[in-house]
Design a protein around this ligand. Structure first.
Ligand code: GZL
Length: 320
């Protein structure tokens, strides 16, 4: 009798363990995502891509909008740790100040994926991988386009004003660096003013108004770190009675639909693509990490450069 009871007990235990095991294996992956905010067309498209990809993959997404404040992102990450999510992903609004909270995630054994923007943490083990663009190269591409454009009037000095992105953010720091690198050695290209427009249309317009007041007709080129600030600046240029895209050549970055519409209207000269469509890659990497598959430390998104001449042809293909 005892043997039979033991055998029966073992069989029940085995069935329970298998059921529990398969239930665990089938438990949907839970991702905590802290987003920078909703500051630009680019960011809206990025959020849409992430939410759609999570839904398509059956991943439970806990999404927090930080309204461009680092303290809100830190709070969100701590909340994800407390909720014991399977993986944390975020786009850090600025490069520094993340080590403490990332150590807390590592101590909780929750993997962290950086998307879109990087952190400048010395300890690279604080995150598993970084999926995003090469912002320095984006700045170089903007500068190279201008160098080629300026060859049409080699004797002219072109005064450049620069609308920079969010202070301390990776895209702002890197796009400034890449552009300066590309125009170095071309003394006829001079940056005469630089100021942050925080990646928004409203601030881009406000700062461009100030540039125009200070520099007047001596502005030949605007270099904007994103299309939203360029679009805001276009309004300021028109209100000052000047022709954007003609009196002031405009070089921008992101490649959002609004930039293509401005190029088709002859008001913007070129946009350097920075793809926000990171959702599918993010969800695949999250699954790979949870399954114990190796992932590269750095995943760079492929991008192009779109001058006004190709805008009308390319516009129907744009996904953001
Ligand atoms: C770049 C992204 C930047 C965009 C802006 O990857 O972080 O932030 O260029 C957005 O439009 O606000």
């Amino acid at each position: 009798m005892t043997i039979r009871r033991t055998f029966l007990g073992a069989a029940v235990l085995a069935i329970f363990a298998t059921t529990a095991g398969s239930a665990l294996a089938n438990k949907p992956l839970v991702m905590g995502f802290s987003q920078v905010g909703a500051e630009s067309e680019w960011r809206t498209a990025n959020t849409r891509s992430i939410k759609e990809a999570a839904k398509k993959e059956g991943i439970i997404l806990k999404f927090a909008d930080a309204q461009q404040k680092q303290e809100n992102q830190v709070k969100a990450i701590r909340s994800f740790i407390a909720q014991r999510v399977d993986v944390i992903a975020f786009s850090p609004v600025v490069e520094s100040g993340w080590d403490t909270v990332l150590r807390e995630a590592r101590n909780a054994k929750i993997p962290v994926i950086l998307t879109d923007r990087a952190v400048n943490a010395a300890d690279k083990t604080l995150y598993t991988t970084f999926i995003g663009s090469d912002f320095v190269e984006e700045g170089r591409r903007a500068g190279r386009w201008l160098v080629e454009h300026a060859k049409k009037t080699p004797q002219r000095t072109l005064n450049i004003v620069e609308l920079q992105g969010t202070v301390g953010s990776a895209p702002a720091l890197d796009r400034q660096k890449g552009f300066a690198e590309a125009i170095a050695g071309h003394p006829n290209l001079k940056i005469v003013r630089s100021q942050t427009g925080d990646f928004t249309r409203a601030k881009g317009k406000e700062v461009m108004e100030a540039f125009l007041k200070a520099q007047g007709k001596n502005i030949n080129v605007l270099y904007a770190h994103n299309d939203d600030m360029a679009i805001g600046a276009i309004q300021a240029i028109e209100e000052a009675g000047l022709k954007p895209g003609k009196d002031i050549v405009i070089v921008s970055i992101d490649g959002v639909k609004g930039a293509f519409e401005a190029m088709m209207a002859g008001k913007l000269n070129v946009t350097v693509e920075c793809s926000p469509l990171l959702g599918p890659q993010l969800m695949k990497v999250a699954r790979d990490i949870k399954a114990g598959r190796p992932v590269p430390k750095r995943i760079v998104t492929e991008e192009g450069v779109f001058p006004a001449e190709v805008a009308a042809k390319e516009y129907p293909n744009r996904k953001y």
